[in-house]
Design a protein around this ligand. Structure first.
Ligand SMILES: *Cc1c(COP(=O)(O)O)cnc(C)c1O
Length: 389
């Protein structure tokens, strides 16, 4: 048997390795505290679960869903965008339900990338942007994010011959893994750049509802001209503690939505209807619901940042996202530091270089950890004196 290069050459998905390490420790009878994967530990709101309970009993919901989803879910998305961001979206042409943002992001490359084409991809970044590009036969031009530039791609560093050939640019704010945020002015520059080089902008906005200290993240689509050049990917996973139910959406340019619909209708058969009814209910969450949930993460964030600072790192509290992104001590690589933390304290963090070479020198800690584990994890951190290298 000969497997295709796309299978043979793709690096293992980041969290597969982490899961393996945790399993090895567990096999030795050791309890590991994991700040690894970003997967909300909090329950899906009970009204949303009730909707699953009720709608799953209706026989029509047992049949194939439509790829473009229930008109009621598309309408709910359109109304949510209006209420949350004051963005107008036609529910039938500018909204497309997804089986999670990851699915849509992975498939979007098939809309824009011919073999040999270039995608502009942030480094560090969520791995699906680059892997989706490779699966479509394209190549990545890495946009190196730097702390000194607020982890925003420096558009003037993209060589014009590359920009002329590039078909798509990937962005993600609030950002995973750095916790960075983008301003309207930055998005305006992106739109101008995209227009001058005819590049499609794909903005992954799956953390807009996870924010702290009264900060309200913006949508790319709020910015004038955004709909001319791009799409925004959204997810109910992080917003409403729904990672297990698999539901998200793409919104924006109607020709791009249609292209994604063409790809998806040939590969998948949509989101189970009962899960879409859950989505409709989830999108009804009030500002108070969201801020109550965010207060929990904010307290965790502050305790994690405090513990990291106590052991001599210099962590700052992010304004949004589920992650604390912090520099490792001098002399260590990201991987060495993550390794020694696991060895000496049985605490898992993600090595920054797992998100791309520019993540080297950092680690990421996720705030999606139960109260009990958080307490234990913080004690393990605080009781540690980092060996000098
Ligand atoms: C979690 C995450 C996703 C995946 O969202 P799903 O809707 O669960 O597929 C997409 N992008 C980023 C940056 C994420 O962190």
């Amino acid at each position: 048997m000969q497997l295709a290069d796309r299978v043979e050459k793709v690096p293992p998905y980041l969290f597969v390795e982490i899961s393996r390490k945790i399993a090895a420790k567990k096999a030795q009878g050791i309890k590991v505290i994991s700040f690894g994967i970003g997967d909300p530990d909090l329950a899906t709101p009970s009204a949303v679960i009730d909707e699953l309970r009720n709608t799953s009993l209706d026989t029509p919901n047992h049949r194939y869903p439509e790829t473009d989803g229930l008109p009621e879910f598309r309408m709910a998305v359109s109304e949510w965008y209006k209420k949350r961001f004051n963005v107008e979206l036609h529910p039938d042409t500018e909204v497309l339900p997804l089986i999670g943002a990851k699915e849509g992001i992975g498939h979007a490359s098939l809309c824009f990338i011919n073999p040999g084409d270039i995608a502009l991809v942030p480094d560090p970044g969520y791995p699906v942007y680059s892997v989706g590009t490779w699966f479509a036969g394209g190549n990545c031009h890495w946009m190196n994010l730097k702390e000194s530039e607020g982890w925003l791609p420096n558009l003037s560093e993209i060589p014009s011959d590359i920009a002329k050939k590039a078909k798509v640019m990937w962005l993600n704010y609030p950002n995973n893994p750095t916790g960075a945020i983008a301003t309207k002015e930055y998005f305006q520059q992106v739109i101008e750049f995209a227009k001058s080089y005819d590049i499609a902008v794909m903005h992954d906005a799956c953390y807009t509802e996870v924010a702290y200290d009264n900060y309200k993240p913006i949508s790319f689509l709020e910015v004038e001209g955004a709909k001319d050049v791009g799409l925004e990917f959204h997810s109910l996973s992080k917003s409403y503690n729904m990672t297990g139910w698999r539901i998200g959406m793409a919104a924006g340019n109607k020709d791009m939505i249609n292209a994604l619909m063409i790809i998806k209708s040939n590969l998948d058969s949509g989101i189970p209807n009962a899960v879409q009814y859950m989505g409709i209910e989830a999108l009804k969450a009030t500002d108070e619901d969201i801020s109550n949930r965010n207060n929990i993460y904010q307290q965790r964030r502050d305790r994690v940042v405090d513990a990291l600072n106590q052991i001599g790192l210099s962590a700052t509290a992010p304004l949004a996202s589920l992650y604390v992104w912090v520099k490792v001590p001098t002399g260590y690589t990201s991987a060495e530091f993550a390794e020694i933390l696991l060895e000496e304290r049985n605490v898992v963090v993600t090595a920054g270089n797992g998100y791309g070479p520019s993540g080297e020198g950092y680690i990421r800690l996720s705030l999606t950890i139960s109260e009990e584990d958080l307490q234990e994890g913080i004690e393990r951190l605080k009781g540690w004196s980092i060996p000098k290298k």
